[in-house]
Every structure is written in C-alpha cells, then in structure tokens.
Design a binder for this molecule. Structure first.
Ligand SMILES: C[S@@+](CC[C@H](N)C(=O)[O-])C[C@H]1O[C@@H](n2cnc3c(N)ncnc32)[C@H](O)[C@@H]1O
Length: 234
C-alpha cells in the first residue's frame, strides 16, 4: 500500500515538472477537444466532469455549451493552470481513483489521454461510472499499443515514459475492459486530431476546418494511435 502511494507521488511530480516546463503547450490546442463535445452533445446546464483535466482544455472548448464544468487532476501545477484558464469552473486536485463527488452526479464524464496513466485503471473507471448518472455518457480517449510507433519506439527501444506512467492496449483489450464493467459501447472512433492537423496544414490555414466532425481516415481504425470510445452507463 505504502509503495503504491510513493509511486503515485512520483507520477504527480513528473506531471508537475512537465507542466512547469511546458505549461499549456504540453497539451493539444483547444480546437482538438471540440470533437469529444460534439460526440457527447451536452445540453445547457449539464454537469460535465473531466477526469485528469490537465490545463482544462476540454472545459475551455465546452464554454460555448454553457455547461457546468468540473475538473480533477493529480498535478497541482496542472490545476493551477486550469484555474487560470477557467476562472468559473470547479477544478481541484484529486486522484482519479477516488473521485470526490457523490454517486450519479454528472450528466457526462470525459477522460482524455489519461486512463492508461492511472495506477489502477479499473478502480478509476469504476469511479467514473459511479459518479455518472444512469443513462449518462462517458467519452474516453486511450492509446493503442498495436502501432509501429508503440511497438518499435516505445516498447522495442524502451522509450516508454515510465515516470509519467505511460501505457497502451489494443482495440480488443480496451473493448473488453469497457464491456466487462457493463458499459455500453455506443461507438469507437479513430483519434481525429492527426486528420484535422493535416487538413489545417495542407490548406495553409486558408480554409476553415470543422474540428467537431468525425472523419473516416485512410487506414483501418486498428492503426490509429489512439481510440475515442463513446460509452453509456446502463
Ligand atoms: C496526457 S495528460 C492529459 C490531460 C488532459 N486530459 C488533456 O487531454 O488535455 C494526462 C493527465 O493525467 C493526469 N493524471 C495522471 N494520473 C492521475 C491520477 N491518478 N488522477 C488524476 N489525474 C491524473 C496528469 O496529471 C495529466 O494532467
């Protein structure tokens, strides 16, 4: 037990240092988060919790929806930045494995690029399910282990960032994790940001990119670097 809490502190420290050095630039720009919101389609006044919120990007993108935004993150430095970016949101330092909110509290929960960073993925997911209302939606983005980048660079050459507790799993494994926790998989999509980025660059920023839409990529979804799962609490 003691060993686990020390390790958790090391992970938090690694993220604190990363946010100190790179601040908002550590994460994708705000427009990259529009797609998660378009999938969730939140209504005015809905309560949305972003688990491992980082600097608050998804809640920034959600401001136009007039939702009630909440965020938690284990990094004190991330929370400082998120509070600056979102003075009106409820952001606090907390561990995703013990979410400090009552059961059935949120209409929607998001967890982007973070699930595989938690020490106990299952505990953290159960917590997300607990705080989501029955019939509420969850949107998570998780890393794919079946990519050349992960297999060669990360696993093969040992470049996995252990201090930041970086992890990845294949599509089938992720699917069974969600199904075993009795979540309904509404749909699974490829990460949209590489496609949108390409569109932005190839048009030299002259054409408006629709960041909220879902696009089919050229390669099968199995090759996507990350998967976006849209889930429902039964
Ligand atoms: C790659 S960043 C993603 C941040 C944000 N979701 C985004 O996409 O903009 C991973 C985040 O997970 C947070 N994190 C890692 N372990 C955590 C835990 N056990 N509980 C809460 N947050 C955690 C880190 O501090 C970091 O902000």
């Amino acid at each position: 037990m003691e060993k686990q809490s020390t390790k958790q502190e090391e992970i938090a420290e690694w993220f604190d240092n990363t946010y100190k050095q790179r601040a908002n630039l550590y994460l994708r720009p705000i427009e990259a988060y529009e797609v998660f919101l378009s999938l969730l389609d939140p209504q005015k006044g809905d309560k949305l919790l972003d688990v491992a919120c980082g600097v608050g990007r998804i809640l920034q993108a959600a401001e136009k929806y007039q939702i009630d935004g909440y965020g938690i993150d284990i990094s004190k430095q991330a929370v400082l930045l998120a509070k600056k970016n979102l003075p009106n949101a409820n952001i606090q330092v907390a561990n995703a494995e013990t979410i400090p909110f009552p059961d059935d509290y949120f209409d929607a929960v998001t967890c982007i690029g973070s699930l595989e960073r938690f020490l106990s993925l299952e505990t953290a997911l159960k917590e997300q399910i607990r705080v989501t209302k029955k019939g509420g939606k969850l949107c998570v983005m998780v890393r794919n282990s079946n990519t050349l980048r992960w297999q060669i660079l990360k696993k093969g050459l040992g470049m996995v960032n252990k201090k930041g507790h970086q992890g990845a799993k294949g599509l089938e494994t992720w699917t069974s994790i969600f199904e075993n926790l009795q979540l309904q998989i509404i749909n699974v999509y490829r990460d949209q940001w590489p496609i949108k980025k390409l569109k932005k660059w190839s048009t030299l920023g002259l054409k408006k990119v629709d960041y909220a839409s879902i696009e089919a990529g050229l390669l099968p979804i199995q090759y996507s670097g990350e998967f976006i799962f849209l889930l429902k609490k039964k």
